[in-house]
Design a protein around this ligand. Structure first.
Ligand SMILES: Cc1cc2nc3c(=O)[nH]c(=O)nc-3n(C[C@H](O)[C@H](O)[C@H](O)COP(=O)(O)OP(=O)(O)OC[C@H]3O[C@@H](n4cnc5c(N)ncnc54)[C@H](O)[C@@H]3O)c2cc1C
Length: 375
């Protein structure tokens, strides 16, 4: 018997949607409130690693991701001229016969897959609504919503991202997200046939890479060292990204030459956050970026969000009390999430200090090996 019957999920991103799907599947009533009245998602594409695909498989959406994204088993390291220096292909399927080793997908497409699964699950979704106040009474969380309505829940889960409002309300002294010194450019461009796996370009003035996201399109990312965190005016994003791509040849040079005012370009300063344990207070628990927000260096933030949801559902269905399930959640998740957050931030520091490539590669390898371990 689950230890809760009715759960409020604050935030309809990857963590919140995954949790709603998982809860409804085991008979726990899930309700999402999402602050954006249009339930939009920003950013171009997203890279999904093998361990993240394993989590999506357990959630039941891997088939749709394979259908609408671009899964691959090969990755390459290239020089700034676009020449392949190291090509590596993972032998077999180490995470299970049905789990590809990597994938790229457009963020809106992943959002559509998950939101359709949420609708099919029967979970209620209220858009344009947030949480104004939380109080605990008679063993339940009493919620006042921003639209003036109210509700009582056995558990409230904050999945409202790195700038979580629920974290502010329930963990008032928690340190805010910290800027890393890097900004991330992202763009979507036509996919040349040679881009049939993830590619990272090293040896140029900045680190950049491409990931196929469909038969027709690829996603480009570029990390810029911006110690003063300058404002990058939105109307100048294509021009500013183009300037960062000077000196690149091959697919990156082709993207640079094609950039114009109508291009799909996005910029975001990189921040991180790791909330001290435990990640719950009373009947409120934080998951996903609200508890542990990472930079994209290990491309694992989305996977961690899905894993959080899977582990929480498992614990809520186990033979333990409500308090034991929440305590057990942070215990199960903290070390793995800490490793990803800290190693991702460290990878960024190595890039900014132009550390030897071997140091970078070694940290990346050990982190990915740890992520391959069972959830
Ligand atoms: C530049 C960049 C690139 C990245 N690239 C990758 C990658 O390639 N691969 C990867 O795995 N990860 C990547 N990540 C990380 C990944 O995007 C996040 O870890 C993941 O989106 C976290 O999901 P989440 O649901 O916890 O939070 P979010 O995706 O932030 O979702 C939070 C949701 O809550 C809603 N919300 C916010 N406030 C409220 C409120 N007050 N009330 C109700 N709802 C609210 C938001 O509208 C949103 O829908 C990247 C991150 C960045 C910054």
């Amino acid at each position: 018997m689950p230890v809760v019957n009715r759960v409020l999920i604050v935030g309809g991103g990857i963590a919140g949607m995954s949790l709603a799907i998982g809860l409804q599947r085991v008979g726990i009533v899930a309700e999402i409130v999402e602050i954006d009245p249009h339930w939009r998602v920003y950013g171009a594409g997203i890279t999904i690693t093998g361990p993240s695909l394993r989590a999506f498989e357990r959630l039941g959406v891997l088939g749709r991701i394979e259908e609408l994204g671009f899964c691959y088993d090969a990755t390459s390291i290239c020089d700034a001229g676009g020449n392949v220096i190291v090509a590596s292909r993972v032998a077999g399927r180490p995470l299970g016969p049905t789990v590809p080793n990597g994938c790229g997908i457009l963020r809106p497409v992943l959002h559509r897959i998950l939101s359709e699964a949420v609708r099919t699950s029967g979970a209620a979704v209220r858009l344009g609504v947030g949480v104004a106040a939380v109080e605990e009474r008679d063993g339940q969380a009493e919620i006042a919503f921003t639209d003036g309505s109210a509700g009582r829940y056995d558990l409230v889960v904050g999945a409202d991202g790195i700038h979580s409002r629920l974290r502010e309300l329930v963990f008032p002294g928690a340190p805010p997200p910290r800027f890393t010194g890097q900004g991330c450019w992202r763009a979507v461009a036509p996919r040349p046939s040679m881009v049939d796996g993830g590619r990272v370009y090293v040896g140029g003035p900045v680190k950049a890479g491409v990931t196929p996201v469909s038969r027709e399109e690829m996603y480009l990312f570029l990390l810029q060292h911006v110690p003063d965190n300058p404002r990058m005016p939105k109307e100048r994003w294509p021009e500013l990204l183009s300037a960062q791509l000077q000196g690149f040849k091959g697919p990156l040079g082709a993207v640079r030459d094609s950039l114009g005012s109508a291009s799909n370009v996005n910029y975001r300063p990189l921040e991180w956050l790791l909330l001290s344990p435990p990640w719950h207070r009373g009947r409120v628990l934080l998951i996903g970026d609200a508890a542990h927000a990472t930079t994209p260096h290990l491309a694992s933030g989305a996977g961690l969000a899905v894993e959080d949801a899977l582990v929480l559902v498992e614990l809520l269905c186990s033979d333990c009390t409500h308090a034991e399930a929440l305590d057990g959640f942070t215990r199960r998740r903290f070390e793995r999430c800490r490793m990803v957050v800290e190693n991702s931030v460290r990878l960024g520091e190595l890039e900014m200090s132009h550390a030897p490539a071997v140091e970078h590669a070694e940290l990346q390898r050990t982190s990915m090996r740890a992520l391959n371990a069972p959830i």
